[in-house]
Design a protein around this ligand. Structure first.
Ligand code: HDE
Length: 709
């Protein structure tokens, strides 16, 4: 773009005022224009033509009409009118970041994939997290599966591991996917509910689809309301193959384990977070990366051979089943670090095109019918969304290794071949040639059988792993599953659907079914649903399936909400901040006014939030540090009462100075409710012990007694 110090508006200035390095220039009608000065680039059209006036369309006389010859106006509006591209049909709402994958040690025994050959090798990565059902503008804390899509720009082409934060799926065959997605999305006549599975269509489909029961247990668990993208696992879901240089195959399931451990929120919290900060998850990722706290996951492989697959009690091709980690411990192979936000959301996060069929030599597919179907879908959807077969020309989708092919032309072709030869074979010795040695060679599995529309018998057990998941949860987590089912089904108007769901639950766990039936006020218990196979009672519980059992035991990466007023003990506040810093945790200061408050020593405390804008649901724990003289005013603030009442109800740790105790009564917390989660902060030296305690994240023992106030 041309740089000029010339004033571009030819008209005489009626007066000027300067903002930064731009000059405000008053036009004929007294309106202000920004006029280029010094190094400021001159505004042009997309064709490069210099613009003299970007504030007034060209008119006949000051009051119009507007002239069609105003090419600048037309171009500006034309471009604006075409800014949107179709949102993804699923996973529309997402947030991405750049980073790298670092390989721990050579894995040539299992795979020839180049990125796994050398210790310490770093492969650039782009990751997009998403919800599934809601539209692009929906809220972050919907009860939903989270997408966990990883694009690895390897030296042998892009590898897209397009996974979820749940290791199983709703359906066993890709042909059912459109029905499943139609059912969960807003109903087509009313266009609601948005981003919610709590409605008739979804539960109608589910209750008629017994294979979804295992997934339903996961989706009704706290896995579907994660606290942060940074605190959730990722799974490749399907069984894949790894192929080594000798052409030998090993089956593999991919796992991403968050370095900071697992954590979710409570449903009552999720509902309130969605109101207080619909961008809660994206803000969290943005803040972590921008402050240098780079999120990290470890890639782990569950590796197994044909003999293991043959002996495993379920079919490894069935995507509604997992292999318990206790039975087949995953092996750590490398780490994924996210260290850079995109420069432009649209260019990168919106235009990134993940495709399950993007695999480098050394990684291969299994016959999982869901994976096979996905391999058709992801190419197709990119053309619809990005509008051209040249979507790989967009920088975020282009490989970062050398590449060469004879594909040409098409809409928006940005990379165009030069020279005469655009085909092969050719007599001129020009252009790229295939490499049987280096190229992708599918594993030569021998397949045979009659051509039929069939579901394998080995896919018929729909309840055993659903039960295994349920019994592997802590008591509290089981309660959350029951409450989630009651909540969701309470939004279903058709009673027969509610009953049908309970009939499935009877095949999973009788206590759960009874609890849900009671919660729904069912008059009579239905009969258990007809099952193709009886539920196995002998599968060992797997503690790896519980979030609470796999918590971090430290407060690192979490956030404390510190409530201050005039008179807050300055030394205590400083000590808290120091202890948080040491623990790798963050905080926000919440004050009655966003301008801040005057501390006990006369220093000024800058606030991040005012109480109305920062309910305690936005924090992992709270500290109440009001000055005694400010309490009368604080007690009048009903948001201060909610702040404390919610922190209590959501089982959070509450650090507090003596002066804050009248807030408890105001929040409906009785003397007898005060438990180990209430931590008195008398002096500065209490800060460290308090922050250490926060590593437990929640006071789960409080939960059974809590009645939402
Ligand atoms: Fe997807 N899925 N999917 N899916 N999926 C898409 O591709 C599809 C499935 C997943 O951040 C679409 O670019 C079919 C399982 C993620 O951009 C589309 C089936 C898993 C993302 C598509 C499935 C996923 C998508 C829509 C059933 C977990 C977001 C837009 C066979 C292992 C990627 C797009 C991103 C996106 C098809 C099932 C994960 C339409 C047909 C199982 C994380 O191609």
């Amino acid at each position: 773009m041309a740089k000029t110090s010339k004033r571009v508006n030819g008209k005489a200035a009626a007066g000027t005022a300067t903002i930064h390095d731009q000059k405000l220039h008053r036009g004929e009608g007294g309106e202000l224009h920004q006029v280029a000065q010094g190094d400021t680039p001159v505004l042009t059209t997309a064709q490069g033509g210099t613009v003299s006036d970007d504030q007034n369309s060209l008119k006949v006389g000051p009051r119009g009409p507007t002239l069609i010859e105003d090419f600048h106006f037309r171009e500006k509006i034309f471009h604006f009118d075409h800014e949107r591209i179709p949102e993804r049909v699923v996973h529309a709402r997402g947030y991405g970041a750049h980073g790298f994958f670092e390989n721990y040690k050579p894995l040539s025994k299992y795979t020839r994939a180049d990125l796994f050959q050398r210790a310490g090798e770093r492969t650039p990565a782009f990751v997009r997290f998403s919800t599934v059902a809601g539209s692009k503008g929906s809220f972050d804390l919907a009860r939903d599966v989270r997408g966990f899509a990883v694009k690895l720009y390897t030296q042998e082409g892009n590898w897209d591991l397009v996974g979820n934060n749940i290791p199983v799926f709703f359906i066993q065959d890709a042909i059912k996917f459109p029905d499943m997605v139609h059912a969960v999305k807003e109903e087509p006549d009313s266009a609601f509910p948005q981003a919610q599975s709590a409605h008739d269509n979804f539960w109608d489909f589910i209750s008629l689809t017994p294979e979804s029961m295992h997934m339903i247990m996961w989706v009704m668990s706290d896995r579907a309301i994660p606290r942060s993208f940074r605190f959730m696992e990722g799974f490749g879901v399907h069984t894949f193959r790894m192929i080594n240089a000798r052409g030998e195959s090993t089956f593999v399931k991919f796992h991403w384990k968050p370095k900071l451990g697992l954590q979710s929120v409570l449903w009552n919290e999720a509902v309130k977070i969605n109101g207080a900060d619909p961008d809660f998850h994206r803000r969290d990722l943005w803040t972590a990366i921008q402050t240098g706290n780079f999120p990290e996951w470890e890639l782990q492989f569950q590796l197994f051979d044909q003999a293991f697959a043959d002996n495993f009690e379920f079919d490894v091709l069935d995507p509604t089943k997992l292999i318990p980690e206790e039975m087949l411990p995953p092996i750590p192979v490398g780490r994924l670090v996210l260290d850079r936000m995109p420069d432009n959301f649209f260019a990168e996060t919106e235009q990134v095109a993940f495709m399950t069929q993007n695999v480098p030599p050394g990684i291969d597919f299994s016959n999982d019918p869901l994976l096979q179907g996905r391999n058709f879908s992801y190419l197709d959807t990119q053309l619809k969304r990005l509008g051209s077969p040249n979507f790989t020309h967009i920088p975020i989708n282009a490989p970062k290794c050398p590449f060469a092919h004879f594909q040409q032309d098409g809409h928006m072709a940005m990379r165009n071949p030069v020279g005469r030869v655009n085909y092969q074979p050719n007599s001129f010795g020009e252009g790229p040639r295939e490499s049987p040695k280096r190229g992708f060679t599918p594993f030569p599995d021998v397949e045979q059988g009659a051509k039929r529309r069939l579901r394998a018998e080995s896919f018929a057990d729909h309840y055993s792993q659903a039960r295994q998941f349920f019994v592997s949860q802590t008591r509290g987590e089981q309660r959350h599953i029951a409450s989630a089912l009651i909540f969701e089904l309470s939004k279903v108007k058709t009673s027969v659907i509610r009953e049908r769901m309970v009939s499935h639950l009877l095949n999973i766990d009788e206590t759960l079914a009874n609890k849900v039936a009671t919660g729904l006020g069912l008059n009579a218990m239905p009969k258990p649903a007809d099952a193709a196979m009886p539920t196995r009672q002998d599968l060992d519980p797997s503690t790896k399936l519980s979030i609470v059992e796999n918590g971090p035991q430290r407060f690192e990466g979490r956030k404390l909400g510190i409530l201050v007023t005039d008179g807050t003990d300055a030394a205590l506040l400083k000590a808290l901040q120091k202890a948080l810093d040491k623990a790798g945790a963050s905080f926000e200061i919440i004050a009655p006014k966003v301008g801040g408050a005057k501390a006990s020593d006369g220093s000024w405390i800058e606030a991040d939030q005012m109480i109305d804008g920062a309910p305690s649901v936005l924090y992992d724990a709270v500290a109440l540090l009001p000055g005694a003289a400010a309490m009368d005013d604080l007690l009048q603030e009903h948001t201060a009462r909610d702040f404390v009442a919610d922190a209590f109800a959501h089982c959070k740790f509450i650090g507090h100075v003596e002066a804050a105790t009248p807030l408890f009564e105001k929040a409906g917390i009785a003397e007898a409710d005060i438990d180990e989660g209430f931590v008195p902060l008398g002096r500065a030296k209490d800060a460290t012990a308090f922050i250490d305690k926060l590593g437990q994240l929640r006071v789960w023992a409080r939960e059974p007694g809590v009645k939402m106030k």
